[in-house]
Design a protein around this ligand. Structure first.
Ligand SMILES: [Fe+2]
Ligand SMILES: [Fe+2]
Length: 440
């Protein structure tokens, strides 16, 4: 085989593809083009299987770079690249039918779902083998989507379990901690694997049943802090169950009635504690947490108590988690703190109501720009914080808009520490015109 033959093969491939585009398959011009392709292939196959490689916009045969000056070479390179073909190998026995099928398949519109190798196999061609270019970004995005859907399904399942549990308490007055434990363990496993993903879930809020979302989110934030404190697993389950049921006293009220809702505000800790005192289990922590989660460090809050009353540490954890979720959840008027504003507010609250040490630790685990923050970066692109890095000022960001303000079709996660970008400012999420939780 001389050095021109690989080029001639590619020229013939390109010409045949063009012919298929211009003429019906029965046209003599097409038959002629296929004939040339078979001749070129035969010359290349004289010494055994023949491989073409595509790399960074160039075609290679072995170490030989094929000149792009030959007619059709550039367009064939582009075709192979857009079809994610990394290498194409012809084998002995390449027939006219194989040649026609190869040209047909290369003429199909490139898409994420079209795999040239599989398509050829499906059409009965065994003399052409393809190795597909692995698009790492697309694979990563696919895997991320898969996990995301799994997490959403988990969250929705847990909402369902909690709904049933709440109805049962409403009907019988009997809480069932077994089901609550299932919810906690469901999230706990995922939290240990990928806390950023679970924090992304906690940005979900419900227009209806907001109490269910609030309970699950308060549980998630409590567990984040609990894990950060190094509480062992059994303790975490208790903490999670306590957080999940902290507002259980509200079920005694009609929260859609403003007068009832106001009463609930003051009375739900006491009523919740009463409900939870009926738990058959020995563990009194959920009861205590329901009773104490609105007690401020400075003696403010409710129920009223002696000046030297000391709250359970889990109550203090749940109070922080509860506050953070309430701050970041939109009120009926649509207003909510952005996550970074909520963090600042928590720190201010340590002067009066919240436990200082625990709040600081919680803030440390959320970062300066917590998951869900919308940020403008130093290159003017805009994205949503999707996770933390070692540098609390440079989180991981899912870039949604490029520097010119155009929406990015497949948003990519970038670690600011790796790409040398900084956060310029946080942006009002309303400007982004997307629901944050849809993208985490
Ligand atoms: Fe509460
Ligand atoms: Fe609450």
């Amino acid at each position: 085989m001389n050095e021109h033959q690989p080029v001639e093969l590619v020229v013939a491939l390109s010409a045949a593809r063009k012919a298929l585009h211009l003429y019906p398959p029965t046209h003599p011009k097409y038959a002629e083009a296929i004939g040339s392709l078979l001749d070129a292939a035969a010359a290349c196959l004289a010494e055994g299987p023949f491989t073409l490689n595509v790399h960074l916009g160039r075609l290679y045969h072995g170490s030989q770079v094929l000149s792009v000056d030959a007619p059709g070479l550039r367009s064939m390179t582009e075709t192979l690249e857009s079809h994610r073909v990394e290498s194409l190998t012809l084998h002995d026995g390449f027939t006219q039918r194989d040649a026609e099928t190869l040209i047909e398949v290369l003429g199909l519109r490139a898409s994420q779902t079209l795999e040239v190798g599989e398509e050829l196999e499906k059409r009965g061609v065994s003399t052409v083998t393809i190795s597909a270019l692995v698009d790492e970004d697309a694979e990563e995005a696919e895997e991320r989507d898969r996990l995301r859907q799994q997490d959403r399904a988990l969250y929705n399942r847990l909402i369902g379990v909690l709904r049933t549990l709440t109805h049962r308490i409403q009907k019988t007055g009997q809480p069932d901690v077994g089901d609550a434990g299932i919810i906690v363990e469901g999230i706990l496993g995922r939290l240990m694997e990928d806390s950023a993903a679970v924090l992304g879930l906690a940005t979900m809020t419900g227009n209806t049943e907001s109490n269910l979302f609030h309970s699950i989110n308060t549980m998630i934030y409590s567990l984040i802090l609990g894990i950060g404190l190094g509480i062992p697993e059994e303790g975490l389950t208790t903490l999670g169950v306590s957080a999940l049921l902290h507002d259980v006293g509200k079920i005694a009220f009609d929260m859609t009635d403003p007068e009832d809702a106001e009463k609930a505000r003051y009375l739900h800790p006491k009523i919740g504690a009463e409900v939870l005192s009926r738990l058959p289990e020995q563990d009194r922590t959920p009861m205590l947490v329901a009773y104490e989660h609105h007690m401020g460090r400075d003696g403010s809050g409710y129920p009223e108590r002696e000046a030297d009353y000391v709250t359970h540490p889990y109550s203090r954890i749940v109070a922080i988690a509860d506050r953070y979720d309430r701050l970041t959840t939109p009120l009926p008027d649509g207003l909510a703190h952005t996550p970074d504003q909520a963090v600042m507010q928590l720190l201010r609250d340590t002067l009066t109501t919240l436990d200082q040490t625990l709040t600081r630790l919680f803030v440390k685990h959320l970062g300066v720009f917590p998951v869900g923050c919308v940020v403008r970066l130093s290159d003017q692109s805009v994205g949503i914080v999707s996770g933390m890095t070692d540098d609390s000022l440079r989180p991981r960001v899912r870039v949604m808009y490029d520097p010119t303000g155009l929406a990015i079709e497949t948003p990519k996660d970038v670690e600011l520490t790796e790409v040398g970008l900084e956060v310029l400012e946080t942006v009002d999420p309303d400007n982004l015109k997307v629901r944050i939780s849809d993208h985490l």
